[in-house]
Write a protein that binds this ligand. Sequence first.
Ligand code: ADE
Length: 258
Amino acid sequence: MNYHVMTLFPEMIEQVMGTSIMGRATEKGLITLNTVNIRDFSENKHNRVDDYPYGGGAGMVMAAGPVYRTWKHVMEGIKARNPEGTKEKAPRVIYLTPQGKVFNQKMAEEFAKEEDLVFLCGHYEGIDERALELCVTDFVSIGDYVLTGGELPVCVMMDAISRLVPGVLNNEDSAEFESLQDNLLEYPQYTRPVSFMDKEVPDVLLSGHHANIEKWRREQSIIRTYKNRPDLLPDAVLSKKEKQFLDKLIQSEGKNEE
Ligand code: ADE
């Protein structure tokens, strides 16, 4: 996976991506990070990249020129690495914006299949619409709140995508079995000691009975999803028995509320 990030704050991205699992994945060559400073493509003598909005209003707008030239530079770099004919389609260019489609695990899985991903981080009150029309293929938000720029969102996205790249997590299986597998939240986890502040590890986890442990974990996932994220349940993948378990849960909760 090759990430290319167009930003006014490359050091912010590099700091996050140089740390922990992401740092190791980069060292191993499983992912590469190419940050490009949009300011380097300003043709203004003061290196300015923003200007007043036409029509008036608060704040500044990032001008189309520097963004477009940065994008061209990044695309030419990718092309140079993939000479004519070896790459069928242009890489996806993702603009981070609260007006985009809300990022989720399914999108992370789709993006993880790409060879190159180009991200564009905005600042100020946004980017001149013409640059977006010319360069961007995907508009993505990380949630319904407004941040000061796209740098934190891009780090969130790269983290979620990178852990799906083969070899990035130590245990190949762990990405598969975590939260949102089958559209369910993850079950509770415990480690030593068995007793902590008078709270005990559930007996079933100490039983060594794998089938019972698996059943208990699935049921805990269903309970958690029902309580915290019932919106996920219509798309949850459940066995017949698990569906019955959920029906009973809904019934008993309904009774408790009466
Ligand atoms: N830029 C500012 N807020 C954002 C958000 N919620 N998601 C993506 N990009 C953003």
